[in-house]
Design a protein around this ligand. Structure first.
Ligand code: ADP
Ligand code: ZN
Length: 218
């Protein structure tokens, strides 16, 4: 089967990461989340981590050149694999950069899916979001709480709240999304690669819809 490059974008908390994990577990995609990559660099106190920390914790975007540098080396090593990009690209310059890197590898984006969600729903979801420190599994205290408070069902790890999931920072991230990421809608529409899914219909229905779009894409 031909490998696929899929971009998932949309407001924070729309469920992109959850869907990307499903594509990884069930279809063997590489899940590439720039947010996870940056959080990992910060936790390991690398040089990249030091450069991105202030942006990530305040909900502002990491500068495009730095993002593209980190992504390019990943893409060049995995260009023959199916990849789902989660939370990248987030600006027009990043989308153009991705197209350039993929073109150098004789491939390109097959499909860009906007997973959409209203601002109020984003705030409701993200303030209730918790993540496992050990395995990365994501919980929601309202929709999908863990069996035991503060502890991961899957691995027993400690659950924590991301520093940028406070209401004030969430509002700032939404503002950044509307101003900087929304122009990608036009970009991918012009390339006839854009598809949209309503992120409020629930995890399993979003996934079914995603599979349907991927099957229709030739
Ligand atoms: P969410 O989609 O829930 O906002 P992410 O984990 O995708 O969370 O991103 C967290 C933070 O990491 C962003 O607010 C931003 O500071 C940084 N970041 C992640 N991806 C990018 C990107 N493609 N460009 C610039 N900054 C990014
Ligand atoms: Zn866990």
């Amino acid at each position: 089967m031909k490998t696929k490059k899929v971009v998932l974008f949309g407001p924070p908390g729309s469920g992109k990461g959850t869907q990307a994990e499903l594509l990884k577990e069930r279809l063997g995609f590489e899940h590439y989340s720039t947010g996870e990559v940056f959080r990992d660099h910060i936790a390991r106190r690398t040089q990249v981590g030091q450069m991105v920390e202030q942006f990530v914790t305040s909900g502002r975007l990491v500068p495009d050149e730095l993002v593209l540098e980190v992504v390019s080396s990943f893409v060049r090593e995995r260009s023959d694999r199916s990849i789902v990009f989660d939370g990248f690209p987030r600006t027009l310059a990043q989308a153009e950069g991705l197209d350039r890197v993929l073109a150098l590898c004789h491939t390109g984006v097959d499909l860009a899916v906007l997973v959409d969600l209203a601002d109020d729903e984003v705030v409701k979801r993200l303030t209730a979001r918790r993540q496992c420190r050990r395995c990365g599994k994501i919980y929601n205290l309202t929709f999908s709480p863990p069996g035991q408070e503060g502890i991961c069902d899957k691995c027993g790890g400690e659950l924590y709240q991301r520093r940028d999931d406070s209401e004030r920072v969430i509002r700032d991230r939404l503002e950044v999304y509307h101003r900087q990421t929304k122009p990608l809608i036009e970009y991918y529409r012009n390339q006839q690669k854009l598809q949209e899914i309503d992120g409020s219909i629930g995890r399993d229905r979003v996934y079914q819809e995603l599979l349907r779009l991927m099957a229709n894409d030739h």
